[in-house]
Each structure stands twice: as structure tokens, then as C-alpha cells.
Design a protein around this ligand. Structure first.
Ligand code: CMP
Length: 135
């Protein structure tokens, strides 16, 4: 069974749509196998987003993602990486289709409500970073 790391980012927590996002994950048939509300430190945020380190928006992204509590989850199911990315919609919420999480709840590319691992390789790395004790 495949696993993916999902974050409900600080903008999603601030807007009180944790339940909405979790409900969509569960309705799809995916299973939440770990869940934690926490505020990231800068080091963890930089490690999580290391592939974007050279991007002009990196510093701002780290500031945003550490700026309040987020919900980190491990989500499991058939093709979980791809399944969650389909639920999330395109990174740019204006391009994201209505009916997707980003398409329904966001307008800005940085404050796009959720993160989902982009591959099974990234999922392994990100799950180890957020939930090192998970079997
Ligand atoms: P996420 O799927 O978590 O992966 C990287 C994040 O960087 C992305 O969602 C956005 O929050 C953010 N991001 C991507 N592109 C931009 C951009 N052009 N400007 C600001 N933030 C961005």
C-alpha cells in the first residue's frame, strides 16, 4: 500500500478548514495513518522544501510555512501520491480545477492550503522527516 505526506498549511488551519480537507481525503477512500498539529521550526521547513532552495520564493515560503500551526498527516491507499495530488489540484490555485481543494479554497500560489508529496521517493523522505518513528 502506498503512502504520501499531506500538510494542511498554516493558511488552511487559520481558515478552519482542517475538517473539510480531512473529510475529502476520507471520502476518497484514503486512510489517515498518522496525524499531528505542530508548528515547524525553520530547519525542518528548509529540509522539507530543500528542492526549492534556489528559488526566489524560498525564504518567503519558509517564513509562511513556519508562521503558524499546520497539520501533518501520513495518508495511505492505492496510488496515494497521485490520488491526493488529484484531490489537491494544481499548485497555482487559480489554475486548479473547481472541485479540488486548491480550486475551491485558494487564490495565491504560496498560500495554497495543502501540500502533497510529488512522488513515492519524496513521500518516503518527507514521511521520515515528519514521522521518524512511524513503522
Ligand atoms: P507545495 O506543493 O507545498 O510545494 C512547494 C510550495 O512552494 C508550493 O506548494 C507553494 O506553496 C510554494 N510556491 C510554489 N511556487 C511558488 C511561487 N511562484 N511563489 C511563491 N510560492 C510558490
Amino acid at each position: 500500500m502506498e503512502r504520501t505526506l499531506v500538510l494542511i498549511k498554516p493558511d488552511g488551519v487559520r481558515r478552519n478548514i482542517i475538517g473539510e480537507v480531512i473529510s475529502r481525503i476520507e471520502r476518497k477512500g484514503l486512510k489517515i495513518v498518522a496525524l499531528d498539529l505542530r508548528t515547524l521550526d525553520a530547519e525542518t521547513a528548509k529540509t522539507h522544501y530543500e528542492e526549492h532552495a534556489a528559488r526566489p520564493f524560498f525564504e518567503s515560503l519558509v517564513e509562511f510555512i513556519t508562521g503558524g500551526p499546520l497539520v501533518a498527516m501520513v495518508v495511505e491507499g492505492e496510488r496515494a501520491v497521485e490520488a491526493f495530488r488529484a484531490l489537491a489540484g494544481a499548485t497555482d490555485p487559480v489554475q486548479a480545477a473547481p472541485g479540488t481543494i486548491r480550486g475551491d479554497f485558494a487564490l495565491e500560489v504560496q498560500q495554497n492550503i495543502v501540500h502533497g508529496s510529488d512522488s513515492t521517493y519524496s513521500a518516503d523522505r518527507e514521511i521520515k522527516l515528519f514521522f521518524p518513528d512511524l513503522a
